[in-house]
Write a protein that binds this ligand. Structure first.
Ligand code: UDP
Length: 490
């Protein structure tokens, strides 16, 4: 008799940076041929996902009802990439309305499966409330943090210890952190820096983050060998199993789960990269939802020209302009910039969305100027590409700190969306990393070492299993055992 495949339900928060690692995890589990996946999200996100799933995937996409207008959000806003920044707290709060829908959805699912329960429900970091529903229905519940251990340990510690700064000093020690870790005030996003616990971000996060300690386990998209400080913090803090299963990444050729059209065809991009010498190109991108100020954009453009390096830059409208509008190079770039770099063949400016994984995996790319969103970090390190960090928000500041101070594969060039940044300094950092300087060579050596650590962590051979593969097996075994025990109790 053929074995029934176990079903796993996955439900990420409505943001590209959250949906992408969930989708990657869904595809990874589906590829083992042992699991079917039910992927839950709001109607518009499901629609986008439909167009970005590989044709042979049988992931079941399931809509959870949501109408942004009911939450005072603009029509059709179901993802942080289409919500103006000041409305993000409203989007976060709107997600609390899913509770009753989610309960019904899982109950219906169990009924449709002849009372056979899913093996596990894996939800996003803001959906810890799902534990109550999972427990009620007797299903294992794990939270999947698509970000890194250290980054989210800092984030968790700061948001749950407000106000975090009791002195006038610009530096402070992270509260309840295992290693004495110093944070500078500029390493806190503006809304966190000013938070006193009563603002809308704090109120939401103080409600949802403590729920992590109720989950049956925490999955983290990272690797034990280079991100151990944060994992140790969570193990102590939450007294829960914490399984580092990363890097969980989409493969080359996918549309990164975005359903977005690339601002350039992957082929044109590849041909351009093919025409460049080995290790000669800087890739610049600030991820799916962040953008920099207009004045910073001018400085960056000037630095890219002055550095003399080949580059690919993914541009989005600067802060203060409609993020969904077309890019106006004549307004937001130095005069004649796009024409000059096109004529010289030295630069490729891509509007809005680029085939990032293809770019990072190309042999002509030698460094990544990044906002240090964790997916970007893992994609870069998996290809042995060192980083130049310009963290902009959330836990990106701590990702940059980990990369620079602990892993030593990164130099930070700027911090935040409002800092003054000078083109000379940016160009100097680009040259430091990309030229044959001692620092540049050392960073490239370390980045290759980390690439090998990552390859090892995901190795799954008859006689050897890497740390991330072992963690994943442990998670699935614990979920399986819990369900068997529950069935025996009945
Ligand atoms: N991405 C992409 N093309 C772009 C910008 C981003 O494919 O032009 C993908 C990128 O490969 C990564 C994700 O979008 O997988 C961004 O996630 P990350 O955690 O780096 O940053 P966030 O967007 O969440 O700030």
């Amino acid at each position: 008799m053929a074995h029934r495949k176990e079903n796993i339900v996955m439900f990420p928060f409505m943001a590209q940076g959250h949906i992408i690692p969930f989708l990657a995890l869904a595809l990874q589990l589906e590829n083992t041929n042992k699991y079917t996946i039910t992927f839950v999200n709001t109607p518009l996100n499901i629609k986008k996902l439909k167009s970005s799933l590989p044709p042979d995937s049988s992931i079941h996409l399931l809509e959870i009802p949501f109408n942004s207008i009911d939450h005072n959000l603009p029509p059709c806003t179901e993802n942080t990439d289409s919500v103006p920044y000041h409305l993000i707290p409203d989007l976060l709060n709107a997600s609390l309305s899913f509770k009753s829908h989610f309960r019904k959805l899982i109950t219906d699912l169990i009924r449709e499966q002849d009372e056979h329960k899913p093996l596990a429900i894996i939800t996003g970091m803001y959906y810890g409330w799902c534990q109550e529903i999972a427990q009620e229905l007797g299903v294992f519940h794990a939270i999947f943090i698509g970000g890194g251990g250290f980054g989210f340990a800092c984030y968790y510690s700061l948001w749950l210890n407000l106000p975090h700064r009791n002195t006038d000093s610009d530096e402070f020690v992270l509260p309840d952190f295992p290693e004495a870790s110093r944070i500078h005030v500029t390493q806190t996003a503006e809304h966190l820096r000013n938070a006193d616990g009563s603002d809308s971000f704090s109120v939401f996060l103080k409600k949802v983050l403590p729920l992590w300690s109720n989950a049956d386990g925490i999955l983290v998209n990272t690797v034990e060998e280079f991100d151990n400080i944060g994992l140790t913090y969570f193990r102590r803090k939450l007294s829960r199993p914490v399984w580092p299963i990363g890097p969980v990444l989409l493969s080359t050729g996918s549309k990164a789960g975005s359903g977005k059209e690339f601002g350039i065809s992957a082929e044109v991009c590849r041909n351009w990269l093919d025409s460049k010498p080995l290790n000669s190109v800087l890739y610049v991108s600030f991820g799916s939802q962040n953008t920099i100020a207009a004045s910073q954009m001018i400085q960056l453009a000037t630095a890219l020209e002055a550095s003399g390096k080949n580059f690919i830059w993914v541009v989005r409208p600067p802060i203060g302009f409609d993020i969904n509008s077309d890019f106006k190079a004549d307004k937001w770039m130095p005069e004649g910039f796009e024409r000059r770099i096109k004529d010289s063949g030295r630069g490729l400016v891509i509007h809005k969305w680029a085939p990032q994984i293809e770019i990072l995996s190309h042999k002509s790319v030698s460094a990544f100027l990044s906002h240090c969103g964790w997916n970007s970090v893992l994609e870069s390190l998996s290809h042995g590409v060192p980083l130049i960090a310009w963290p902009l928000a959330a836990e990106q500041f701590y990702n940059s700190k980990l990369l620079e101070e602990e892993i030593q594969v990164c130099v930070e060039v700027a911090r935040g969306k409002s800092c003054e940044v000078l083109h000379k300094e940016i160009a100097e950092k680009i040259n430091l990393v990309m030229n044959e300087t001692e620092k540049g060579k050392e960073m490239r050596r370390k980045a290759s070492e980390v690439r090998e650590i990552i390859e090892d962590a995901v190795k799954n051979e008859e006689k050897y299993q890497g740390s991330s593969v072992k963690s994943m097996e442990q998670f699935l075994n614990v979920a399986f055992m819990m369900r068997e025990n529950k069935m025996n109790e009945v």
